[in-house]
Design a protein around this ligand. Sequence first.
Ligand code: ZN
Ligand code: ZN
Length: 334
Amino acid sequence: MNATQITCITSASRAGKWRAAARYIPAMSLAVRLLGTSASRPTVERNVASVALVREGETLLFDCGEGTQRQMMRYGVSFALGDLFFTHFHADHVIGVIGLMRTMALQGRTEPLRLWGPRGASRMLKRAEDFGMDRLTFPLEVTELEPGQRVERADYAIVPFAVDHRGARAVGYVLEEKDRKGRFNPDLARELGVPEGPLWGQIHRGLPVTLEDGRTIESSRLVGAPRPGRRVAITGDTRPCATTVDASRGADLLVHEATFGNEEAERAVETGHSTAREAGLVARDAGVTTLLLTHFSARYSRDAAELGQEARECFSGTVYVGRDGMEIDVPFRV
Ligand SMILES: [Zn+2]
Ligand SMILES: [Zn+2]
């Protein structure tokens, strides 16, 4: 059962009705799967940076540290992905793309792979394409993105935003779903004599239906007002910054790096990273629902619980301390 249904169910009978409606009205799943949660280098417990965002069966990958392909196998993330977004080109976020592309070629992939990243992406990723002798079996499309340059898709957009990371042209990304259709009322549909089946889907798509007895039922009678889509922000490496607050304002989920704890606050400044507390402050200022911490220094590899505690001291929403393989569902707001 997906998260959308979970949020909608208030009783067993309601659950049954929703399951009936869901056969004709797709319930859109959205989940974030952490593939690597370690900063700079892998440890026994954690691999380096990569985040998979799986929406309605489509996989989008964000960063691809060394060994990401093996993490994908381990945690069931499809290789049939079309888009890989890079936040920046420090080694712990990019080296894995070489091996991943080689494996895709060995599998005989022919569909294009689209790589996206901040300025400098073309030069860097061209090297990755040439590395390893054999030619790829599929076209590689590399696009450099400026902050604010939206990548539009049918139901959502990916929007890069500038972050503050050691002078690198680093960006974070927001996945912004477009508004979705209003809620369908299965009880009223039955009352009006609209038979359960494809007509329900037709009404939900905004089309009127004509019943066997000649009555025409307008969609607006059975479907509520459009509802806002979900938003997920992924920072990559960064100091806490106003651009992240702006980009993730009101987001359902913020995936923020938290390389250090309070005791290493100075090192966070020196290295262009954030402490967990700073990530918590950004989440608080942006008013997000859920904060997911990742990109931990090796010293927290075994136990990063204290980082969660430090973030919770300033952010009252839900805080998750990331670990490799962790999956967070992003439900619609009711
Ligand atoms: Zn990093
Ligand atoms: Zn970095």
